[in-house]
Design a protein around this ligand. Structure first.
Ligand code: LLP
Length: 419
């Protein structure tokens, strides 16, 4: 029996001591709910693995860029991994120290690089020879030192969904092995660059121990090759990607990662950091959505709900399966097979296909589970639909983290021409 997280009391779904039905009534739907305790639990599981290595955890802000979430992660002791000036500004706004921020990403613009250097962030992860040249030029122009690590492409098959696989030479990410020595030489010769080390991230939703083992072995060997050539390689950023099992009740474990880490690295051989997103936040979140109406064909039963692919795009984009639960289990209801679909005018607008659920009626609320990562942050306004509210449950109290968007706000940026 789990002691933390979402649980049932008299058939009703609760989080900490708050009923999700009450949250749906108070904040309306669709609304994302996050549990501080599940985040904390995941953070400390990873921290215990990293501590013997003196390792540092950088929360990948792309997985959930809500200011309250970034602040909470930072309060726990996580730094941040950002991929745009926008994410960097979010971190600075909630007082994440620049020395705790890594800037990754394959297409950093010159203005983004200049801003990051001026802020004295911990490290830029460069992803191409052209980017290194830009960094060298900018740092020289503004006469400011910057730590630069090279994100390497070790041509590793991450054994994950094609759209989130980043470690092989089909992908746009990282600098290939053949170019690394030359690239490191460039860093070494530049007067305003401090060659910082290597970074790698082979993909997201990694479960396979072999993938971690291969990645860590290869990056370690490469680091020693560079050291033998006389270069300074003190930091290794091992990326994120720790898999979350969306179908399981207990979604999270770091076993494969931890085993590979302990087998490959000696304690304190390098300064190690990781940059996970999903594993820290996915499990903490649910999306509450209300049934607008029900409908059946000869072969399907549909629950048409008020959340849609603009709120949670993972099911249609990656065929991700998020489990779906009724807020109240009722013993007199039979089980039926449902497609849970949104109101958007696309057949791809679904949240779950062929789910066995208790018979569900108009106006009843469902919880779509494990939505904390790559949920709200991937929202859009397609079909002129406002984004959902976000609520954080902390110490048995509810804190609104993001207001529901108003239709009027959606119209604000368009300019009506004077035809
Ligand atoms: N570091 C880098 C360089 C990354 O590109 C990513 C994710 C991470 C860290 C964090 O990975 P995580 O620990 O969250 O797996 N929208 C997709 C996931 C895209 C991941 C992109 N990069 C999804 O919903 O599955």
């Amino acid at each position: 029996m789990r002691k933390i997280g979402y649980y049932r009391k008299s058939g009703e779904l609760f989080l900490q001591n708050i009923s999700l039905k009450k949250l749906a009534d108070d904040y309306g739907t669709p609304t994302f709910i996050y549990d501080s305790k599940l985040i904390e639990n995941s953070f400390y599981l990873l921290k215990n693995i990293m501590d013997p290595f003196n390792g540092k955890i950088h929360f990948a802000v792309k997985s959930n860029d809500n200011l309250g979430i970034i602040k909470y992660m930072n309060n726990l002791g996580a730094g941040a991994d950002v991929v745009s000036i926008g994410e960097l500004k979010r971190c600075l706004k909630v007082s994440v120290k620049p020395q705790d921020i890594i800037f990754s990403g394959v297409g950093k613009r010159k203005d983004e690089i200049e801003f990051a250097i001026n802020q004295n962030i911990k490290q830029l992860n460069a992803e191409s020879i052209e980017e290194i040249k830009d960094i060298i030029e900018i740092s020289k122009d503004i006469k400011k030192k910057v730590n630069v690590a090279l994100r390497v492409n070790l041509d590793i098959n991450a054994k994950t969904h094609k759209k989130i696989s980043t470690g092989d030479e089909n992908s746009k990410f990282g600098i290939i092995y053949d170019e690394i020595v030359n690239a490191y030489k460039l860093l070494n010769e530049a007067s305003f660059v401090n060659p910082y080390g290597l970074a790698v991230h082979v993909g997201s939703q990694l479960f396979d121990y072999e993938v971690f083992f291969q990645t860590f072995s290869k990056i370690k060997n490469l680091a020693f090759e560079l050291k033998n050539l006389g270069f300074k390689v003190n930091h290794l950023d091992l990326g994120g990607g720790f898999g979350v099992d969306y179908a399981a009740e207990n979604a999270l474990n770091y076993k494969s990662f931890s085993k590979a880490l302990n087998e490959v690295f000696k304690k304190k051989e390098f300064q190690i950091s990781v940059e996970p997103g999903r594993s820290l936040i996915a499990e903490s979140g649910v999306l509450l959505t209300k049934v607008i109406r029900t409908k059946s064909t000869n072969i399907k039963n549909f629950l048409i709900v008020d959340a849609a692919m603009n709120n949670l795009i993972r099911p249609t984009l990656y065929n991700a399966i998020h489990s779906i639960k009724p807020l109240k289990l009722k013993s007199d209801r039979s089980i039926r097979k449902y497609d849970v679909v949104g109101p958007i005018c696309e057949t791809g607008d679904f949240l779950g296909i062929d789910f066995n659920l208790q018979e569900t009626k108009k106006n009843e609320v469902l919880a779509i589970m494990t939505c904390g990562a790559y949920g709200s942050v991937m929202r859009s306004n397609y079909n002129s639909r406002p984004s959902a509210a976000e609520v954080f449950i902390f110490d048995n109290k509810e804190l609104l983290l993001r207001q529901r968007e108003e239709i009027d706000q959606l119209l604000e940026l368009d300019i009506i021409p004077n035809f």
